[in-house]
Structures are given as structure tokens and as C-alpha cells.
Design a protein around this ligand. Structure first.
Ligand code: CP
Length: 325
């Protein structure tokens, strides 16, 4: 565990970070992008560090992306799925983590269905904790990779108009995006049926659109969210077909926009529901570049929380100097 890092001990969300800290992570990710393009995708920066990926919910992108990021930095990694661990026998989260710590680990990357679980754990263990998504609270590395992808495309974040469309109510991605985008000076909007927007949305400093056509007309970029049917305890929308008809991001709707609108989606997508295939696979989609950027952003977070110096990230790639403490 390294406490004196530019980010503090843990990465729990984007809400507690300053705009400068968020920019620092994005800038640190830049030199790490190139490592994934090499034939041998590995540098010795985190050699000797041990990272546990503790996933209590399903994940494709985040879990694999963290594992690639850890391995490309030469950390030792262990994946623990809750269903295959002693959690299924009644062991508590803190006991599980403390037992892992007894085997001398350095960091825990955790996804958990409960909002606040990452903060709860971070207060109780010495290892650095990285939140890989906690309930409906935050998914900070997703927010960061979305910001990096927007910055790659527009060369700036400040002044951009970004609308988050869909099931904002259940979305930790939406919250991390709102915090991150606002801290970097973007204008943020949300669009969806009122039943899928948080009741406190008006206090989050965002514009609210109830018609997708108005949202598209306003936006430079749309971040399209899936309907999280697994988190819906009652009927929030009449039917998926009706949702697509009124809120779906379709080619026809985008063609009526006054400008090209960049399309982001954190995945997994429900094609034909919140987004049509010809948009997801179309010329303005950066959905796969988002996934690529996820590895670099996670490498940057691992590097910084390990005590790596941001100004040495370029040198750290070579392994000659600037490695994490
Ligand atoms: N974007 C995201 O969190 O995807 P996974 O659930 O596959 O990790």
C-alpha cells in the first residue's frame, strides 16, 4: 500500500477527485497507450506488486481490461469470482479481503452490487482499493476512459456538450460521467423517460431532455446507456419496443442532427433497444476505441496508486526509470 500518491490511497469515484487529478490520470494514460500496440505488450513497471481482482458481479470489459493492464505492467494478478469463493459459504467481504491481505497483496480491484462497498472496504484494509463499479454509485475507470475517448476525438473536454441517454437511474457510469465531465468543464445533459432518471437529477447541474430528438440536436456526443433490466424491480417502461421507438438512438434520428454526433456506449449493448446496430457500428461510433482506452486508463490508475510519478510515466514504459515505488 502506498498512501502518498497524487490520488490518495484509493480510487473510489470521480466525485472526490479534482479536475486536476482527473486530468493527471488522463495525461498519465497517454504514454501507456503505446504499450498495447507493441508486439511484446509488457513493461516491468509494477514487477513485484500483487493485485487481486475481486468481482462480485459479472463483467467482461472491466475485469479483462484490468487484468490486461496489470499484466502489461508486470504485476502478479489473481482473479477471485464471488461465486467461486468462500463468500458463497457466508464469509463477509472484509474477512475475505483481510484473508487475501494476509497473503501479502498490494491492491484490490473490486466490483460489487452494493453502492458504497468499495469505500466500506477501503476504510477497513490497508491495500489500495480501486472501485470497478459499486451498485448504482460510481464506475470511475469507465468515466475516465470515456473522458479519454472524448478528449482523443475533440482534443478537449471543456465546453463540449455531452448527453447521457437512457437508464440514468440505475447507472454508475452516468454518475461517474457527470462528475468527471463537469469537473473538466463540459456541459452535461441527460435524456430518458422520467421513470429512469434519478429524482435528484435537477440538483446534479445537468440539463434534462425528455425527447431524444432534442438531446441529439443539442449534443456533440451521446453516451448511450443500456436498460439495466436486472436492477429494475418494477415496470419502469411499458416495453422494450416502445423504449426503442421513443428513445432509441437510430441512424434516422442522427441524420437529422445539425452536426456529426460522436457515439459512446459503455457496454454491454442491447442492440435494437437503446441503440441500433447501424449506429453502434457506424462511422461516428467510438465504442471499441473506448474499450482500447480502458486498458491505458487502468494502467495509469494502477501506476499512480502504486506510487508511480506522473512525470515519469513515459520513462516507466521502458523500465529504465520512473517505476512505481
Ligand atoms: N462497461 C462495463 O463495465 O462493462 P462490463 O460490465 O462488461 O465490465
Amino acid at each position: 500500500m502506498t498512501a502518498a500518491t497524487p490520488l490518495g490511497k484509493d480510487l473510489l469515484g470521480l466525485e472526490p477527485l479534482s479536475g486536476e487529478q482527473i486530468t493527471l490520470i488522463l495525461d498519465t494514460a497517454e504514454p501507456f497507450k503505446e504499450i498495447s500496440e507493441r508486439a511484446i505488450k509488457k513493461v516491468p513497471t509494477l514487477r513485484g506488486s500483487t493485485v487481486v481482482n475481486l468481482f462480485f458481479e459479472n463483467s467482461t470489459r472491466t475485469r479483462v481490461s484490468f487484468e490486461f493492464a496489470e499484466k502489461r505492467l508486470s504485476a502478479d494478478t489473481v482473479n477471485v469470482a464471488a461465486s467461486a469463493s468462500s463468500v458463497s459459504k457466508g464469509e463477509t467481504l472484509v474477512d475475505t479481503a483481510r484473508n487475501l491481505e494476509a497473503m501479502r497483496i498490494d491492491m484490490v480491484v473490486m466490483r460489487h452490487p452494493s453502492s458504497g462497498a468499495a469505500a466500506f472496504l477501503a476504510e477497513r484494509i490497508e491495500s489500495n482499493v480501486i472501485n470497478a463499479g459499486d451498485g448504482t454509485h460510481e464506475h470511475p475507470t469507465q468515466g475516465l476512459l470515456d473522458l479519454l475517448t472524448l478528449r482523443d476525438h475533440f482534443n478537449k473536454i471543456e465546453g463540449l456538450r455531452v448527453c447521457i441517454c437512457g437508464d440514468v437511474l440505475h447507472s454508475r457510469v452516468a454518475r461517474s460521467n457527470i462528475w468527471g465531465l463537469r469537473k473538466l468543464g463540459a456541459e452535461v445533459a441527460v435524456c430518458g423517460p422520467r421513470s429512469l432518471l434519478p429524482s435528484a437529477i435537477d440538483e446534479m447541474g445537468v440539463t434534462v431532455f425528455s425527447r431524444i430528438e432534442d438531446a441529439i440536436e443539442w449534443s456533440d456526443a451521446l453516451n448511450v446507456l443500456r436498460l439495466q433490466l436486472e436492477r429494475m424491480t418494477s415496470g419502469y417502461i411499458p416495453s422494450l419496443r416502445e423504449y426503442n421507438r421513443y428513445f432509441g438512438v437510430t441512424r434516422e434520428r442522427l441524420e437529422r442532427a445539425p452536426r456529426d454526433v460522436l457515439i459512446l456506449h459503455p457496454g454491454p449493448m442491447n442492440r435494437g433497444v437503446e441503440i441500433d446496430s447501424d449506429v453502434a457500428d457506424g462511422p461516428h461510433s467510438v465504442i471499441l476505441p473506448q474499450v482500447t482506452n480502458g486498458v491505458a486508463v487502468r494502467m495509469a490508475v494502477l501506476y499512480l496508486l502504486s506510487g508511480g510519478r506522473p512525470e515519469m510515466a513515459e520513462a516507466a514504459k521502458t523500465g529504465k526509470s520512473g517505476g512505481a515505488a
